[in-house]
Design a protein around this ligand. Structure first.
Ligand code: CA
Length: 240
């Protein structure tokens, strides 16, 4: 599946290697060397996926990430980071990134991730047509989520994750199963991405629910994974 990819990378060697490799997989690639250049490019042309180096010479990578997410809400945003601290990754994911790769980037992994991100709709096992859990409705065909009739605006992977959980409410899904179904069948590396997406989903569902709506919550199943369930009668609206 070919995509329009914006690569924002200041290191010329890495930029050239990645560009050549992406083009050899039939993607359309534009490479920008600075955060300012990347943002200008994102404003002027639609892209499917952005590969964003967090260590840029002119702007803070996390801030670029936040702005890119605003400019192109529907694109897939993957951070490239040389920083190994988990904090940067978490901050970046919270700023709107869908995923991250740690440098040096392994090309096989890069292409596997890109494939997984571009494969949307219909490919998720058990993805429902329409699926309702209490007042939460996940409409896989229209790619739309509502709570008591109000639409929630979710990022692509948040939607996929919620659709996966809502397809089998009350069933505990393991972390591996969720990573493999929603992200990639051959996932390697940290699964922190999963936790950050769960946290974001909890927040969005809670904010979108308003008072009186019967909304399910994402429950942490310790040592295993997550499940979606409706609160018992009389229980307060949970946030976690
Ligand atoms: Ca850099």
């Amino acid at each position: 599946m070919a995509a329009r990819i914006l690569l924002v990378e200041d290191d010329p060697t890495i930029g050239e290697v990645l560009t050549a490799s992406l083009r050899s997989h039939a993607h359309e690639v534009v490479c920008e060397r600075t955060g300012t250049g990347g943002l200008a490019r994102a404003r002027s042309s639609a892209v499917d996926l952005v590969l964003l180096d967090l260590g840029l010479p002119d702007l803070d990578g996390v801030e670029v990430c936040r702005q890119l997410r605003r400019i192109q809400p529907g694109c897939v945003l993957v951070m490239l980071t040389a920083r190994s601290t988990e904090m940067d990754v978490v901050v970046g994911l919270e700023a709107g990134a869908d995923d991250y790769l740690v440098k040096p980037v392994r090309l096989a992994e890069l292409h596997a991730r890109i494939r997984a991100h571009l494969r949307r709709g219909g490919a998720t096992p058990g993805e429902p047509g329409i699926c309702a859990v209490g007042d939460l409705v996940v409409d896989g065909l229209r790619h739309k989520v509502t709570v008591a009739g109000r639409e929630l605006h979710l990022r692509p992977k948040e939607f996929d994750l919620l659709a996966r959980l809502a397809a089998q409410p009350e069933v505990a899904h393991s972390r591996d199963e969720l990573m493999s179904d929603v992200w990639d069948a051959n996932w390697f590396g940290s699964t922190k991405t999963l936790d950050v997406h769960v946290a974001a989903l909890r927040r969005r569902i809670h904010e979108g629910a308003g008072t009186g709506a019967l909304v399910p919550r994402i429950v942490t199943v310790r040592g295993h994974g997550y499940r979606l369930e409706l609160p018992a009668a009389g229980e307060d609206l949970p946030t976690s």
